[in-house]
Design a protein around this ligand. Structure first.
Ligand SMILES: C[S@@+](CC[C@H](N)C(=O)[O-])C[C@H]1O[C@@H](n2cnc3c(N)ncnc32)[C@H](O)[C@@H]1O
Length: 304
């Protein structure tokens, strides 16, 4: 399988400092991305939980095989990262411990983030429903990395209606009204009805990438996403004035990226348009419910 991927031709598309590479990330990273050039990597790889991504089956024969593949692309990513660069990695809850153990031999892990999302949780009847996905935030050099605390500040809830004053200071001063977010991030998942929705089983919300990119990069910095999916990272990087390189194996998803990043509106004679959302009709009236969804559930079988 890995050999077959190596033989896949790599296609490269680019416009205004944003590049899309259609190919396998192992060979694309090796051949096309300059060593030590990237400020920030956001990596959201296949999770090895047996789901289908277009023509790709998200399944490895064993945990060891998945880990071996993961360490290969992680090592390549580290080569591409600048000495002051940052890496965010997502993984399934069951695989994250292996990735954490491996990564801490190479980097400093600053935060173990929980992306907690809304879910009815009704699918789980005999165990506790899955309501989060883990994210690691790691840096090459803990003394030299970008972290724009003000850009991601959130309200510091004290529970008090009045502004609290800190009397321990020489000059009594109001407590800070804002703070750096903690490591549990409540961000709703992307739903069919949301404008940002694309046909993909594990699209990440723009709000999540906004926080990552604002905190860990500056305008003009280069951001890399080796498993682009719907190209959320590239789209948000573009909106925030960063440069980006996104790699994706499946042509179906590359087409989303080409459209979403405004690189081209046509590929091989096909006009790249967003599939219009469809809603059923009851008694001739438009219902609020969608008739047909390509993906009605996320990776974990929960309703979107
Ligand atoms: C979890 S999804 C990424 C979702 C993305 N973060 C988003 O917001 O849409 C992983 C993606 O990796 C792609 N992929 C799987 N193996 C790959 C490989 N070897 N090289 C590049 N992309 C790959 C899959 O097709 C899938 O779209």
């Amino acid at each position: 399988m890995e050999e077959e991927k190596k033989l896949l031709p790599i296609h490269h598309y680019s416009k205004d400092q944003h590049s899309i590479i259609h190919g396998d990330s192992l060979s694309a990273l090796d051949d096309l991305v300059l060593d030590g050039s990237v400020h920030l990597i956001f990596a959201d790889p296949p999770y090895n939980i047996g789901k289908r991504f277009s023509n790709f089956e998200d399944h490895w024969d064993s945990d060891e095989a998945y880990l071996a593949w993961s360490t290969q692309w992680l090592d390549l990513c580290l080569r591409k990262l600048r000495p002051d660069g940052s890496l965010y990695v997502m993984a399934s809850t069951q695989s994250m411990p292996m990735i954490d153990l491996f990564l801490r031999t190479r980097m400093t892990i600053l935060s173990r983030i929980i992306w907690h999302y809304d879910s009815s949780g009704v699918q789980a009847k005999n165990y506790y429903g899955s309501l989060y996905e883990p994210i690691l935030h790691a840096v090459k050099d803990p003394k030299n990395y970008t972290f724009n605390a003000d850009a991601v500040a959130v309200e510091a809830k004290t529970g008090a209606v009045r502004k609290l004053i800190d009397y321990r200071k020489a000059q009594p001063t109001p407590y800070n009204q804002t703070k750096v977010p903690g490591n549990v991030w409540f961000i709703p998942r992307v739903r069919y009805r949301m404008d940002e929705y694309e046909k993909h089983p594990s699209q990440k919300p723009e709000a999540l990438l906004e926080r990552v990119i604002l905190a860990s990069s500056n305008e003009g910095d280069l951001i890399l996403d080796p498993f682009a999916g719907t190209f959320t990272t590239g789209a948000v990087a573009q909106k925030l004035g960063r440069r980006s390189i996104s790699i994706e194996l499946q042509k179906e998803f590359v087409k989303i990226g080409l459209r979403r990043l405004g690189i081209t509106s046509e590929l091989d004679g096909e006009v790249l348009v967003k599939t219009p959302k469809t809603y059923s009709r009851k008694n001739g009236k438009k219902s609020k419910e969608p008739v047909h969804l390509e993906y009605t559930t996320n990776l974990f079988g929960e309703e979107l």
